[in-house]
Design a protein around this ligand. Structure first.
Ligand code: XBP
Ligand code: MG
Length: 243
C-alpha cells in the first residue's frame, strides 16, 4: 500500500509545548482560582503519563492531593480550571513563544508537495491546536490539514485509539496507508491500537519511554526526509506480509 497520509501528534511532536507552555498555564490557572497546587518540571513529567489536561488534574487532585470533594463539585472545579488554563495557554502560544520542533516544517512541506494528506490526532483541546498552527505556520495553515482530530472529536484520550480511528475514517483511508508521528508511549500505543505504524520523535520528557514496535525512534526530525518515512512505512508493511 502506498503511503497516502501523515497523521501528526501535536504536543511534544510538532512543538515542545508541555514544560514551558501547558505547565505554566496549569499553574497560573491554579493560582487564579486560589489553589495551592503547583507543578514543577519533574512532577509534570510524571503527571504526563496521564493524557488529557482534565484527566491529569483529576488524577493529581484525587491521588496526590487526596481532595475529597464530591464528584460533581470536583468536576465543576476541573471544568473552570481547564477553561482558564486553555485561555492562558492560547495566549502564550499566540505570543510566538513556542516554535515548531526542528525538521517539522520541511517535512510538512515535502509531504504537501508530494500530494500526501496531512492530519492531526491529538488529545489536546482544539483551540490549542489552532493557536499553535496559526502562530508557527501562519494564516491558512489550518486548511493544510484535511482532518484535525482533537479532544472534541474523541473524548477517550490516548492510549485509547479513538482519535486515530476517527482520523482514519475522516480521511477515508486504511491504517496501512498512513503513518503516525508521535513523541510518547501513550501516543505510540494509541496509533498501534488503531493498526497504524508510528515514527517516534522523542523529547526530554519521553526519552526513556518504551517505544517497542515503532518503525523508527529519533531524537528529532531534523535529518529526516519524506523518502525516509516512505521507506519505513514500506518496511513495516513488508514485515507484516512476511509474518
Ligand atoms: C498531550 C496531552 C494534552 C496536553 C494538555 O496531547 O495529553 O493533555 O498535555 O492539553 P498530545 P489539554 O500529545 O496527544 O498532543 O489541557 O487541552 O488536554
Ligand atoms: Mg504528544
Amino acid at each position: 500500500m502506498l503511503l497516502r497520509a501523515l497523521i501528526w501528534d501535536v504536543d511534544g511532536t510538532l512543538a515542545d509545548t508541555e514544560r514551558d507552555a501547558h505547565r505554566p498555564a496549569f499553574n497560573a490557572a491554579f493560582a487564579e482560582l486560589g489553589l495551592d497546587w503547583e507543578w514543577d518540571e519533574q512532577l509534570y513529567g510524571e503527571l504526563l503519563k496521564v493524557a488529557g489536561g482534565v484527566e491529569r488534574m483529576r488524577h493529581y487532585a484525587r491521588t496526590v492531593r487526596h481532595v475529597d470533594l464530591p464528584e460533581l463539585e470536583l468536576e465543576e472545579l476541573l471544568r473552570q480550571l481547564h477553561a482558564r488554563k486553555t485561555v492562558l495557554y492560547v495566549r502564550t502560544v499566540a505570543s510566538g513563544a513556542v516554535p515548531l520542533r526542528p525538521g517539522i516544517e520541511h517535512l510538512l512541506r515535502q509531504a504537501h508537495v508530494a500530494g500526501l494528506h496531512q492530519a492531526i490526532a491529538t488529545t489536546t483541546t482544539r483551540d490549542n491546536v489552532d493557536a499553535l498552527l496559526l502562530s508557527c505556520l501562519g494564516p491558512g495553515a489550518i486548511d493544510r490539514f484535511r482532518v484535525i482530530a482533537t479532544a472534541r472529536e474523541a473524548s477517550a484520550k490516548k492510549p485509547d485509539p479513538a482519535v486515530y480511528t476517527y482520523a482514519l475514517s475522516a480521511l477515508g483511508l486504511h491504517s496501512s496507508e498512513v503513518l503516525a508521528i508521535e513523541d510518547s508511549r501513550n501516543g505510540l500505543l494509541a496509533a498501534h491500537a488503531a493498526g497504524i505504524g508510528c515514527v517516534v520523535t522523542r523529547n526530554a520528557y519521553t526519552a526513556r519511554d518504551d517505544f517497542t514496535g515503532a518503525v523508527a525512534v529519533l531524537d528529532d526530525l531534523r535529518l529526516t526526509q519524506l523518502s525516509d518515512l516512505v521507506k519505513w512505512h514500506q518496511a513495516r508493511l513488508d514485515a507484516a506480509i512476511r509474518r
